[in-house]
Design a protein around this ligand. Structure first.
Ligand SMILES: Cc1ncc(COP(=O)(O)O)c(C=O)c1O
Length: 395
């Protein structure tokens, strides 16, 4: 556990909160959660469930109603046929990833991570004695994993490839052919399982249609774990419901893990998730439209700031901003910006804007900011970043 670091975005947000409590004027662009409220019909369903007595332990892998709603969702939206028994519900996608790793990794087993990646992947793998292996996915490839990189990284010890589409933090997306090309490599390596984290599925821009990894690669269906959740799509981060579906044997061992760690997730939150997945979907589209508008705004604003670069993210609600041109510059206080961590610290001190350094996502030099903030906050934050970066001088 000594190798596991606290989540960088959580640390940034805690620092921002602390500074705010001290009376400082801070704009937090660090945290990755929708700024919208959970739609009312979902909250009402939870209320009704609690009043109707759904307040007890539920079956370990989730209620029958929720597993059915998830199975229907996979069929309807992703063209994936999973039986309710192949579905597993947990306290957020995070716990699903943890259970999958704990259930399958022996000490020294390798897990391939597509950098830049959600830092929790690395720390989960480390927590259970696995070895995270970084696969750099470069900006010139739109932060996508290439078949050549995948091929060169697979060893006898490789147990998992973790994919995330659209990705946090870079918004990387894959089309059918790109997934098929990766699938071709994977077909030659029967020992490799694939975890496809699709939690940002609905936050996809420019009229793209989402394609689930398991739907693009039916020949690998018996080794793909499709992970999703209600946190991002329905503004339900606090309800802690994530879900997945995959091969029965894998789901069964994950249930064993959950039985010892937490039992099933909250009964009332599960009822809310049924309403989210089965009820009206208007808010999902409203959120997506707002995120796309903000993405466009941030892309336009960053283009005006000298020293920062940003490739248009295809999905999710982050901007992964390149800052290599600012490295080596001197701050008004006389210190040198050597790394993206230095830049992020400088922006917090000088401009009162919280961002997360790219080092947290294993690809530098970048800073990540969350576009899950109101238009006014984003405008103010970017204006401050522009002023603070203008104040940097050549060393
Ligand atoms: C890629 C990715 N997967 C999973 C999660 C966690 O989701 P949940 O709230 O369902 O645990 C996040 C949250 O930031 C994320 O960015």
């Amino acid at each position: 556990m000594q190798q596991v670091k606290p989540s960088a975005s959580v640390v940034v947000s805690q620092t921002a909160r602390l500074l705010k409590a001290q009376g400082k004027d801070i704009i937090d662009l660090g945290i990755g959660e929708p700024d919208f409220n959970t739609p009312a019909h979902i909250i009402e369903a939870a209320h009704r469930a609690a009043l109707a007595g759904q307040t007890r332990y539920t079956p370990m892998a989730g209620t029958a109603a929720l597993k059915q709603a998830i199975s229907d969702k996979f069929q309807r939206e992703n063209n994936l046929s999973y039986l309710p028994d192949q579905v597993f519900v947990s306290n957020g996608a995070k716990q699903i990833i943890f259970s999958a790793m704990l259930a399958t990794l022996n000490p020294g087993d390798e897990v391939l991570l597509c950098a830049p990646y959600f830092g929790c992947y690395r720390d989960t793998v480390l927590s259970v004695g696995g070895v995270p292996v970084t696969l750099p996915c470069h900006e010139e490839d739109n932060f996508r994993l290439t078949p050549a990189t995948l091929k060169s990284a697979i060893t006898e010890k490789t147990r998992w490839l973790l994919l995330n589409l659209p990705s946090n933090p870079a918004g990387a997306v894959y089309n059918k052919q790109q997934l098929r090309d990766l699938g071709e490599v994977l077909q030659k390596h029967q020992n490799v399982l694939v975890l496809s984290d699709e939690i940002y599925e609905h936050i996809l821009f420019d009229d793209q249609k989402f394609l689930s990894t398991a739907s693009a690669l039916p020949m690998l269906a018996n080794r793909i774990l499709t992970v999703n959740g209600v946190s991002k799509a329905y503004a339900m981060t606090g309800w802690r419901i994530g879900y997945c579906a995959g091969p029965q044997a894998l789901i069964d061992v994950m249930i064993k893990v959950q039985a010892q760690v937490s039992s099933a997730p909250c009964s009332v939150a599960q009822a809310a998730a049924v309403a989210a997945l089965s009820g009206p979907q208007d808010s999902v589209n409203e959120f997506r439209i707002a995120f796309e508008r903000r993405r466009d705004f941030v892309v336009d604003e960053v283009a005006q700031i000298d020293g920062l670069t940003l490739k248009k993210p295809g999905g999710a609600f982050y901007a992964y901003i390149g800052c290599s041109d600012l490295l080596g510059k001197k701050t008004p206080a006389g210190s040198i910006i050597n790394t993206d961590t230095d830049l992020s610290a400088y922006l917090l001190e000088q401009a009162g804007v919280a961002t997360v350094p790219g080092s947290a996502y294993d690809m530098s030099p970048y800073i990540r900011l969350s576009t899950a903030n109101s238009d006014a906050i984003l405008e103010n934050g970017l204006e401050r970043i522009a002023r603070a970066t203008e104040a940097l001088v050549s060393a």
